[in-house]
Design a protein around this ligand. Structure first.
Ligand code: HEM
Length: 118
């Protein structure tokens, strides 16, 4: 990845009110809230696929339509989740339940997310 994973880990504090990172064996990698889904292994994973999480209808639709997270689409999503889903689905009424926009440091956060789930 292009980003700096160590910086990204610090930036991830912006996400922790809503997201935790927990490995499949239950190891807690980054303690956080549960308003959003577990982000372990998110890069390379289909959208809307975390076990036991209730996603918005738009996120479910995006996953069913084949959206798989990669560094590029994740950067776009983080900048404006609802705008990303509207563009991706071609549906002006699509909405993400993630009410947060990351305005800088996305490459670092993405490098961190990649580094925790090799
Ligand atoms: C969804 C990343 C901050 C709440 C997601 C997804 C990603 C993500 C990748 C899609 C997950 C999937 O498809 O399984 C991040 C990162 C953040 C951040 C990297 C910080 C830079 C936040 C914050 C909140 C939040 C602060 C709460 C205020 C949610 C919710 C969803 C979600 C509710 C589900 C969206 C839906 O169903 O439409 N987030 N997030 N996130 N996030 Fe975040």
């Amino acid at each position: 990845a292009q980003g700096d994973a160590a910086r990204g880990e610090r930036e991830f504090n912006k996400c922790r009110s809503c997201h935790m990172i927990e490995a499949p064996d239950g190891t807690e990698i980054f303690r956080g809230g549960r308003t959003g889904p577990n982000l372990y292994g998110i890069i390379g994973q289909p959208a809307g696929a975390a076990e036991g999480f209730r996603y918005s209808p738009s996120m479910v639709a995006a996953g069913e339509a084949g959206l798989v997270w990669d560094a590029e689409n994740l950067r776009d999503y983080l900048a404006d989740p609802t705008a990303f889903l509207r563009a991706h689905l071609g549906d002006p009424r699509a909405r993400s339940n993630m009410a947060f926009r990351l305005t800088s440091g996305a490459d670092d956060v993405i490098a961190y997310l990649e580094s925790v789930a090799q």
